[in-house]
Design a protein around this ligand. Structure first.
Ligand SMILES: Nc1ncnc2c1ncn2[C@@H]1O[C@H](COP(=O)(O)OP(=O)(O)OP(=O)(O)O)[C@@H](O)[C@H]1O
Ligand SMILES: C[C@@](O)(CCO)CC(=O)[O-]
Length: 408
């Protein structure tokens, strides 16, 4: 049996409008890929030589998730025992794993994978779930060694740019490709059916990291370009998503400012839900206003003044629902000096802010804003006591390629 290899990469994203409100049906959000910021996964499967225990091994190496990387080795038979395999084409789709299965995976990674720290276990849980889910048919996995390497240098982890979704999407794509016998030649955009499968598995992985995400992050990472999305609730409580994928009519340049203030998407989404449960009427009105901004953006034709007003209101609403941070507000205040409004992007609470550069903003101003943002730093009380975070700015075009798959 030859070694089967696949390599895949998936982009991060920026939510232009509608983060948080999109979790609640039927509010619309609009997001674009950031195709130059990517996570790359390499998966190799070879015949198991039969170790002392008579079976193959899964070896994972997450290169950039922490300094020095993060590794783990597990026996295939231990993963098989968890019965994670699932058919993405089954009626009703993939069933979410549930708390019990997730704790079983955590226990396995900790006790048999030799990973001591709880926080190191966390990124390995979706990895094991995806390997077991996609490749975990007994007759397939018990005869293989599987080696996984994930590179994510260009996309900052946990900063609001969809690193968790890009990780799950790129890994799913490489695993699916290996299951089908490996990629062909250079990396290319998969066909429609493959994209649908990758997105389904990407969401499965995202749900392990985030609980019940809207699905916008994995969708934009899979399909690239620009995505309009809303959740739809059906009778009996079941839900689905409606998505439209398109290319922006005119290219949009954005400035992404990373404050490096750490945040947890899961915690922020849970916090908004708690407050929504307390004041449903008020929160639903706010979500509706956020959704209206997304719809207005999609109708097009915003002037510079219109863009600034909508971004200012969007950030104001996000602040009102409690997901801004003083470091993000520094970005907002600074860009305003140059006539450019900014808002947080993604879950907020730290992470990144985005400044959408309207075509009327001239090159000189773009450079001035970029320079001003790069010169900022936030000092305050963090989890580990007094801290100082120096900001970094990336100027890039919104949109571009989604997931790609190939071999080498
Ligand atoms: N390259 C990676 N390798 C492994 N796990 C990753 C990687 N990138 C992200 N993750 C997982 O995703 C978590 C970060 O997810 P989180 O949602 O907080 O950030 P984000 O996806 O960058 O931001 P947002 O959801 O606001 O866009 C990490 O703690 C880790 O578990
Ligand atoms: C905050 C949120 O709206 C976006 C996170 O990138 C959560 C979600 O959509 O699942």
């Amino acid at each position: 049996m030859d070694t089967i290899k696949a390599v895949s990469s998936a982009p991060g994203k920026t939510i232009l409008f509608g983060e948080h409100s999109v979790v609640y049906s039927p509010n619309v959000a609009v997001a674009t890929a950031l195709s130059s910021l990517r996570i790359r996964s390499v998966v190799e499967a070879s015949q198991a030589g039969g170790d002392r225990n008579g079976g193959g091994m899964i070896e994972a190496n997450l290169r950039d998730v922490k300094e020095g990387g993060l590794g783990c080795r597990l026996r295939c038979c231990d993963v098989l025992e968890l019965e994670l395999w699932a058919d993405e084409e089954a009626e009703g789709g993939l069933v979410p794993l549930g708390e019990e299965k997730i704790s079983q995976i955590r226990k396995l990674v900790k006790e048999k994978g030799g990973v001591g720290e709880e926080e190191d276990v966390t990124p390995l849980v979706p990895l094991v779930a995806l390997v077991g889910g996609v490749l975990g048919k007994k007759e397939w996995l018990e005869r293989r060694n599987v080696k996984i390497t994930v590179h994510s240098k260009s996309l900052p982890v946990g900063s609001g740019l969809g690193s968790s979704a890009a990780f799950c999407v790129s890994l799913s794509a490489a695993l699916l490709s290996v299951r089908e016998g490996g990629g062909e030649g250079v990396e290319a955009v998969p066909g429609r059916e493959e994209l649908e499968k990758i997105n389904t598995w990407g969401y499965h992985g995202e749900s392990i990291i985030h609980g019940a995400p809207s699905g916008i992050d994995n969708t934009v990472s899979t399909y690239g370009g620009c995505v309009k999305m809303r959740r739809v609730l059906h009778e009996g409580g079941a839900g689905s998503t409606e998505k439209e994928i398109f290319k922006l009519e005119e290219p949009i340049e954005v400035l992404i400012t990373n404050t490096f203030v750490p945040k947890s998407t899961k915690g922020l989404v849970a916090g908004v839900r708690r407050r929504w449960e307390g004041e449903r009427g008020v929160y639903e009105a706010i979500f509706k206003a956020m959704s209206e901004i997304s719809e207005s953006f999609l109708r097009g034709g915003w002037t510079l003044e219109g863009m600034n007003e909508n971004v200012r209101v969007a950030q104001g609403l996000l602040r009102t629902i409690g997901v801004s941070h003083p470091a993000l507000e520094m970005v907002v205040e600074t860009s305003r000096v140059y006539g450019v409004e900014s808002k947080l992007t993604g879950a907020g609470g730290g992470g990144c802010a985005i400044s959408i550069l309207h075509k009327k903003v001239d090159e000189e101003t773009r450079q001035k804003v970029e320079k001003a943002m790069g010169g900022l730093a936030w000092e305050g009380e963090g989890e580990g006591g007094r801290e100082r975070r120096t900001f970094e700015v990336v100027r890039t075009e919104a949109g571009g390629r989604g997931v790609t798959v190939g071999s080498w």
